[in-house]
Design a protein around this ligand. Structure first.
Ligand code: IPE
Ligand code: IPE
Ligand code: MG
Length: 244
């Protein structure tokens, strides 16, 4: 095994066997804040900073795709104050991304139903989509008002609307109607915050993903945590139902 020893990667990560796609459930913002006597919204602000840091880190080490769970179809159950705080952090990030994504070579895509979002947020998403169409770089998928079940139902509707023939429907064809069309399934899914569940994230795509759980809250996440997750992933035996 060839070890990658540069300043970016400290754990024993094999640079030649990196997952192409890492998906992250950015969880634990609220508890991170509560532990410090801060409002939950402060946790979301800290989590947004961590997202910036980790996106840069993954891009620098050579991962090709990153998918993050930012807001689920169930997260509307939270207080209006919390929901608006999350949405305004997203707006801020998008203003920044619109300025910098070309220079940073980052391609941003959104998974989820954007119709219930504010006009402002939707127009920012449209602008980032336009810019992304010109960029063939590190691909970041932001799951926003996303639910795995919702995605599957949406894909089924789209197939039917397109006049799809039930007899012609295969797994491959169906996956082209998902928000993730064209994106390979994540080899590794990371869930911080000590929860051991999928919470409606990438239900179709996670069929053979390796799942890494850690107690660390998302705002505390660093590149070293990513290295640990990748090192763990590289020790797994992936069989896909076969025998090795
Ligand atoms: C994840 O952190 C962010 C969102 C779900 C939007 P949480 O807000 O769920 O943090 P905890 O789980 O309450 O600590
Ligand atoms: C999953 O976290 C959603 C996001 C991180 C955006 P939740 O905090 O909503 O999940 P549960 O409620 O603990 O399952
Ligand atoms: Mg949570």
């Amino acid at each position: 095994m060839q070890l990658f020893k540069n300043k970016n990667i400290k754990a024993k990560v094999d640079k030649n066997a990196l997952p192409a796609h890492i998906a992250i459930i950015m969880d634990g913002n609220g508890r991170w804040a509560q532990k410090r006597g801060l409002p939950r919204t402060a946790g979301h602000a800290a989590g947004a900073e961590t997202f910036r840091t980790i996106a840069t880190y993954l891009k620098d080490i050579g991962v090709k795709y990153m998918t993050v769970y930012a807001f689920s179809t169930e997260n509307w159950k939270r207080s209006q104050e919390e929901v608006s705080a999350i949405m305004s952090l997203l707006e801020n990030y998008l203003y920044e991304a619109i300025e910098k994504m070309e220079e940073d070579n980052i391609n941003l895509t959104f998974f989820g139903d954007t119709t219930p979002l504010s006009d402002k947020l939707r127009s920012l998403i449209e602008r980032t989509n336009d810019i992304s169409a010109r960029i063939d770089g590190f691909k970041v998928n932001v799951c926003l008002n996303y639910g795995g079940r919702d995605e599957i139902v949406h894909a089924a509707k789209e197939y039917m609307k397109a006049g799809g023939d039930p007899e012609q429907l295969t797994e491959e064809v169906f996956s082209n109607y998902l928000y993730s069309a064209g994106v390979p399934d994540p080899e590794l899914i990371i869930r911080p915050s000590g929860e051991y569940r999928i919470s409606n994230f990438l239900l179709w795509q996670c069929a053979y993903s390796e799942m890494y759980f850690t107690d660390r809250f998302w705002p505390d996440f660093t590149g070293a945590d990513i290295d640990r997750a990748i090192e763990w992933y590289q020790g797994r035996s992936r069989r896909f139902g076969g025998v090795k």
